[in-house]
Design a protein around this ligand. Sequence first.
Ligand code: KIV
Ligand code: NA
Length: 264
Amino acid sequence: DKPLTIPALLAMKARGEKIATLTAYDAAFAAVMDAAGVDLILVGDSLGMVVQGHSGTLPVTLDQMVYHAACAARGVRRAVLAADLPFMSYASIGQALDSAARLVREAGVQMVKLEGGRKRLEVVRALAGEDIPVCAHLGLLPQSVHKLGGYLVQGRDERAAQTLLEDAILLQEAGANLLVLECIPAALAGEITAALSIPTIGIGAGPACDGQILVCYDMLGITPGHRPKFSKDFLAGADGVAGAVRCYVAEVREGRFPGPEHSF
Ligand code: KIV
Ligand code: NA
């Protein structure tokens, strides 16, 4: 298959085709996912939890993101590769441009992801102005865990829901190319998805999003501790890791995952 591009992901939304996304942190997993038809691979700062054993993403450094993104890049042929800008690597425009440039230049990612709404518009505009594709991220923001008071579902009341919808539109207008929606009510995610021309990628955000993402160790059932409600163990009953990933891709494409039991 010829390599996917960011415009191709946008065209998938226009055609109503779901975007199957997973996280990867190394070449072997990235290669398995790529071969199984995963469209978008994200080197997430969730590696702080699943690879490093921390309780959150705040300890993850830009050097570590560059290292893991470069490892994953060597496994990718077809999928679009994105990486997270970690905590405090995009607090100013200059810092954001420098951090993104390292992920693009040293690791070879095609897109960077950052967390937050209206307070990130200037940074998103600056990255877009340098033609660095941006994935925004709204809802539960792990880099804001101390302010949020925990890993809690967001956008439950009318006012918070309205703010999220407005933020999503502002991020699109600022030049974001993609939007991750994490742990928000399924109905709100559907409303946001319908309001945008850029694709939404949901995690704990219900079936109406244009694509889905899971942390790879969660979908293989090997995350230490408890597995989040929105995840599913695709390795249980599958024929090996590649089979589990193919099953995930098929269920996302056909709209069978997530079900109501994985949604809020
Ligand atoms: O770090 C991560 O894995 C993420 C996804 C869960 C969206 O940000
Ligand atoms: Na992340």
